[in-house]
Design a protein around this ligand. Sequence first.
Ligand code: G3H
Ligand code: 13P
Ligand code: ZN
Length: 314
Amino acid sequence: MALVNTKKMFEMAYKNGYAIGAFNVNNMEITQGIISAISQEKAPLILQVSRGARAYASISYLKSIINVAVEENPDIPIAINLDHGDNFETCRQFVDDGFTSVMIDASSLAFEENIDITKKVVEYAHPRDVVVEAELGQLGGIEEDVVGVDDVSRHLADPAQAVEFVERTGCDSLAVACGTSHGAFKFKSEPKIAFDIIQKIADKLPGYPLVMHGSSSVLKEFKDLINKYGGDMPNAMGVPEEAVSKASKMAICKVNIDTDLRMALTAKIRQVFAEKPGEFDPRKYLGPGRQAIEEMVSHKLHVLGCAGKASECM
Ligand code: G3H
Ligand code: 13P
Ligand code: ZN
């Protein structure tokens, strides 16, 4: 019974003040690195697949890899989530493909349209025991030197709207724009997370699980290796881990991480190629990448507070 939806995970995460790591998978090595970590740390897990991942690897390959991971870890609850579904049809496909969670991201549409499409996905997913994550507000940095207060508040999730949105759509969790953004260049200067927005939404929706996207920290170790070995991302900056930890103790029950996986893999591959220019056996550079992912994810599970929590989420 290890393939589950996120209901119990979120219930326990909310109650006990931690968050579940939602890690993006695109191939076998990334998945194996994550799985080794959660298996050692006994942590509940959300694996997620984006439309880009599906286009790259195909759903049947990714699903088969995930199925093996689930079978080999019967003591770990694992949910599989569609990350950033763009319309009803995409969500329907992933539900039909056996995903236990889908995200409908209609946050770029007008509020009423976002409600309509989210409601439609909920109506399809719930009878099939699949949970739905929706999004309110738009991801982006809070940079007071770049944008004025009006622009900032326009992009962040609106607490009053959040209540109406959840009540009218019936979605199971809500991704709230709180100052983070996707990728490796989240902030131009000091990182700022709108904890006040998270708290205001939590106050209005007690017990309700919130989601933080764009939660990678751009770890110094990997950034330095990438820049040392021919890469070019000197200004990369992520969400400090203390901020991720703080959010995880609040109503944030799901923390999305992709960039940190990509950087760990890239850093190790660059290092192998630089130190052994004659290397051409993929196992010799993908292997160290996979190992780096395992160690990084193990560390993250402690940042999120979900290490050791697998059994209570079953
Ligand atoms: O939402 C962003 C994730 O990092 C997935 O990225 O769409 O390039 O697979 P992707
Ligand atoms: P990062 O780019 O910070 O890893 O965010 C990933 C994410 O939010 C996936 O939905
Ligand atoms: Zn995201």
